[in-house]
Ligand binder design. Sequence first.
Ligand code: BYC
Length: 312
Amino acid sequence: MTQAEKERRFQEKIDKEIKIEPNDWMPDEYRQTLVRQISQHAHSEIVGMLPEGNWITRAPNLRRKAVLLAKVQDEAGHGLYLYSAVETLGTSREQTIDDLHSGKAKYSSIFNYPALTWADIGAIGWLVDGAAIMNQVALCRTSYGPYARAMVKICKEESFHQRQGYESLMKLCSGTPQQKAMAQDAMNRFWWPALMMFGPSDAASTHSDQSIKWKIKRFTNDELRQSFVDATVEQAQILGLTIPDPNLKWNEERGHYDFSEINWDEFWQVVKGNGPCNKERLAARVKAKEEGMWVREAATAFAKKRAMKQSA
Ligand code: BYC
């Protein structure tokens, strides 16, 4: 079969909504796009544990602490499902993680912003997990089987994360004026970075057209961002929080909210490694790998010894 024939049959499968599985033939570029996107997604889950992890010891009470601990553990689980999905594409986990540590692989821009107050933990759950779900629900129908199946499980947990963030902010917003002000301050700092999570505008997105043709992505970056804004405005009203955008306005004709232009210069600076916490985040991951080396070596030595005993 010629390359062109293989590619035609591959696209036919995609068009018929048949999932692509690890042993199926796929174009090299499809494989590379998936390795890039899924590994970035996995790294985002793991790096995303850092800003929230910082608050586990400072949670205001036992219930909040237990919830936060469970959430951060969930994120580790999400990273592991996704690293496994990357492995099904023929790359080693070691290489994938090294690519993060060397700065070659990206992770979501949002995790380069600091979590300064307890209200930030609520804002991360509500806005960051909320934005993540908007994107990830669509990914449950992505064309690559292992990624789609991982996303189904992840989305169930993300919904709980979003709800707990919202509930935590509800409590703050109905508390003292200082607590409400703390929630508003978190909203002011997290709103724009949350909108940036959806990626560059459609005009500037390099991968969207091809990824939509391959049904890796089901919606464009701007479509998902708009859905998120439309869904979130009312939630902010219920909390009594003001969205920090003077141009946010319902547009009857479009049937959507209009909003201001994103500061794309800030977005690209953060993506390029110049955000407030980029260096700190990478350093924390490299340190964790180095300090956990002895555990992996001990586990490998134990596994080898057991295998030798069994074969003797
Ligand atoms: N940050 O052509 P485009 C979570 C890059 S974590 C950094 O539109 P694509 C959670 C992009 O990679 C949820 N970089 O790309 C965890 C590309 O650069 P390269 C994370 C970004 O892939 C803990 C370039 O810009 N979710 O839920 O078609 C606690 C051009 O972009 C970003 C995912 O990872 C960004 N925001 O579309 C709480 C979802 N945006 O690779 C919560 C899976 C773009 O050419 N990923 N770039 O060097 C996706 O859906 C897509 O990859 C994106 C971007 C929509 C993000």
